[in-house]
Design a protein. Sequence first.
Length: 143
Amino acid sequence: MYRFEYKATDKNHADYNQEEDNHNFRMLYDRIHTSKVPIVITEPMHPFSIIYINEAWEELSGYSIKELYKRSIYYIRVGKIMNNVIINKKKDGTLFEHEFEVTDIPSLNLKIGITKKIKKINLNQYHLLNKYIYGDLKMKSLC
């Protein structure tokens, strides 16, 4: 079973409480695992290897955690990130615009990407968006 694990980084601190720490971690894991919102958890440093995706992300992308585990987040990314919006690619090749928020959790040494909005895009929209991102076209409307 693929799941992220807790590694305490501040065990020597005078206020450290292992039992409370484990309880808080378990609550976080349960909420992420059962969330209906697609969530990706990566290592905090480049290349941002995927260490966990919840079932909602599996359903959205078509990839299982077994297929994405330890792969760079760039494996599913198509293009640059602009204002926390990225074009991602599903397993079947379908492109989708993915608006997300990244939260650092230093005590767990993780980054958590939480989906805010998903929008299916077609290939023409993708090419127009890429031209805009790379400066070849002024943005008007993709809709």
